[in-house]
Design a protein around this ligand. Structure first.
Ligand code: GTP
Ligand code: SPV
Ligand code: MN
Length: 592
């Protein structure tokens, strides 16, 4: 057993912080308070405590140095949208797509739940930055939590510790976050946001986006709210750099819903025919974007780590992610092998003859259940990614040339098209649909509208969010071009029409060339589209090349249905919907 940690003194003289931590401690009644400094020494000590408390299992350190394993409660394996609330002053500000409760009522309910909730536990005070130190776009957050798993994950996912205390100083602005696992009971699980107080309270969960408060809660829900007021955008987007053989660099940001390919796309390795082309990762999940002095949209990745989907990741689909999670990583809900290694469906090699599944039960290849949960995740520092763009630490961010929207659609949506202009692009993003995945509790496979991949993450009325998108155009002299992609279209036999993963480079190259005015496109009812011959197919397999025209095709019957399905969301948002989007819909119908 490790020695108890020395009592820790406040690491700041910020009077607001001292008073708030004191108030929350008197509410939650922890046995002790630990003010985190983010040091290596602190990490070692807290990790040992987590191992002693069986919160983490130390993995085989020869195979996976610095790696640990965690199992969450089986009732707590994904974000829960029905427990997620936006507590603005009025219901209308939160809009019809968010759960809402009046702030006073929600505070009362949660303070009741939190009262004495940390008895026998330690309250960790976790300071963190969202964004590179010194960036004008960076925000400071404080998370009070009774979960060591959260503390150690936040240390990977954000710039946590002294660096944040330094930036906070004695008068800085920060987002307040309170998290208690309580007894991890789904009946008492609430992920709540108070945009007008710049505050978050999360109780009853110990999983990912519910509890790593910098991520979806601050960087997207509160971030989108702040962005509207301050003239910037917080988006569920990866950011990547494309480097041509001549050293020309182009940056794109892409919004795909949860578990629809952002991490994979952000770490793409081009096929060997693209010699000299290189993709570097700025971010894999969240982009904060603001008009720069040059009139272009500049983006930073507010995070410092990846909380990535594990199943399906292997040395073929995503070698960079495999490297990133080979050390200093926390694995959650994968399978554990007898030699202290991890396994999951879709990993390289044969399944182990026996192992423990994500629930800790014996598992063999004959078992009917999955060994790893479909939403099992790795938390790895971005510094581990061999393709990390050095610009990920640049306080000025990167200039964005293209914004890409994409969903998981078995039909209807072609491989790629380019919107006619910004307003049309906003319409394309606003009408995005995608099949539900394991990243959130819900019905798998059902198509739902997920505008800009932000349906679960927009911190205010979705209609006003569209208006904000439209307004951003006026702040940009050189706005990015907007594209739609779909890697998931299927043939009649159910197989994917497009090979995806690294081969997506072929589509990305068309996008980059469009941004630079180097490649033709024809005008289709949806937007500008490539002829199959405009997509570089050297080295593509015969089947994939044969399928390309179908992957790019438009089916008018499907589009008639699609336009009607799009209406469902527009109908819900009608009173707040910018009229421009209704006109775009009329234009689309007339073109079809
Ligand atoms: P979140 O972290 O939930 O926001 O997800 P994400 O958007 O980062 O998704 P990720 O890259 O982790 O991909 C999720 C799953 O999509 C992977 O396990 C793959 O199975 C699948 N996937 C990713 N890219 C492709 C692709 O190009 N083609 C196909 N067919 N599947 C893909
Ligand atoms: C997502 O669901 O979009 C994720 C995982 O990136 S979580 O952090 O749980 O939100
Ligand atoms: Mn995500």
């Amino acid at each position: 057993m490790s020695a108890p940690a020395p009592a820790s003194a406040p690491r700041t003289d910020h009077p607001g912080v001292i008073a708030w931590v004191d108030e929350m401690a008197r509410l939650c009644l922890p046995d002790r308070i630990h003010w985190c400094d983010g040091s290596e020494e602190e990490k070692e000590r807290l990790t040992q405590q987590a191992v002693d408390a069986k919160i983490l299992i130390r993995l085989n350190q020869e195979k996976l140095p610095g790696c640990y394993y965690h199992r969450s409660n089986p009732n707590d394996v994904a974000r829960v949208e029905e427990c997620t609330y936006i507590c603005t002053r009025t219901r209308d500000e939160a809009g019809p797509t968010n759960n809402w409760m009046a702030p006073a009522d929600m505070y009362r309910k949660l303070y009741d739940l939190c009262h004495g909730a940390m008895k026998g536990r330690t309250m960790y005070v976790v300071p963190y930055l969202m964004g590179p130190p010194g960036s004008p776009m960076t925000k400071i957050g404080l998370e009070l939590t009774d979960s060591l798993y959260v503390v150690l994950s936040m240390r990977i996912m954000t710039r946590m510790g002294q660096v944040a205390w330094d930036q906070l100083g004695s008068g800085g602005t920060y987002t307040k976050g309170l998290h208690s696992m309580l007894d991890v009971n789904p009946g008492r699980r609430f992920i709540t946001h108070f945009p007008q107080d710049n505050a978050i309270i999360s109780v009853g969960s110990n999983y990912g986006g519910n509890v790593l408060l910098g991520k979806k809660c601050l960087a997207l829900r509160l971030g989108s709210y702040l962005g509207r007021d301050e003239g910037w955008m917080a988006e569920h987007m990866l950011i990547l750099g494309v480097e041509s053989p001549h050293g020309e660099k182009t940056y794109v940001a892409a919004a795909f819903p949860s578990s629809c390919g952002k991490t994979n796309f952000a770490m793409l390795i081009p096929p060997k025919q693209f010699s000299g082309w290189k993709i570097t990762t700025v971010g894999d999940d969240i982009a904060w974007m603001k008009p720069g002095p040059d009139g272009r949209l500049r983006a930073i990745n507010p995070e410092a780590g990846y909380f990535g989907v594990v199943p399906g990741t292997n040395s073929k689909s995503n070698p960079n992610a495999m490297q990133a999670m080979s050390r200093d990583t926390i694995y959650t809900n994968v399978a554990l092998t007898p030699d202290g290694d991890v396994w999951w469906e879709g990993k390289d090699g044969e399944p182990p003859k026996e192992c423990l599944d994500w629930k800790g039960n014996p598992w063999t290849p004959a078992s009917n259940e999955k060994a790893a949960h479909p939403n099992s995740r790795f938390a790895a520092p971005m510094a581990n990614n061999p393709a990390l763009a050095p610009e990920a630490n640049d306080p000025d961010g990167v200039p964005i040339s293209a914004l890409i929207f994409g969903g998981r659609r078995a039909t209807t949506l072609p491989l790629v098209f380019q919107a006619f202009n910004w307003i049309h692009g906003v319409y394309v993003g606003a009408t995005m649909g995608s099949e539900m995945t394991a990243a959130a509790a819900g019905t798998l496979g059902q198509v739902r509208r997920d505008p800009m991949a932000m349906l679960p993450f927009c911190g205010y009325n979705m209609g006003d969010y569209f208006a904000h998108w439209l307004k951003m155009r006026k702040l940009l002299k050189n706005p990015p071009k907007i594209f739609s992609v779909n890697w998931f279209r299927k043939a009649k036999d159910g197989s994917f029409l497009w090979p995806g993963y690294g081969e997506n480079m072929r589509v990305l190259k068309w996008i980059v060339d469009r941004c630079r005015g180097r490649v033709p496109a024809y005008e289709s009812p949806l937007g500008w589209m490539p002829d199959p011959s405009d997509i570089d197919s050297t080295g593509l397999s015969d089947t994939d090349r044969t399928n390309l025209p179908e992957a790019l095709s438009l089916n008018f019957e499907e589009w008639k249905r699609e336009v009607l399905l799009q209406d469902e969301l527009f109908f819900r948002l009608y009173s707040d919907l910018p009229k421009e989007l209704l006109f775009q819909r009329e234009l689309l119908i007339s073109r079809l």
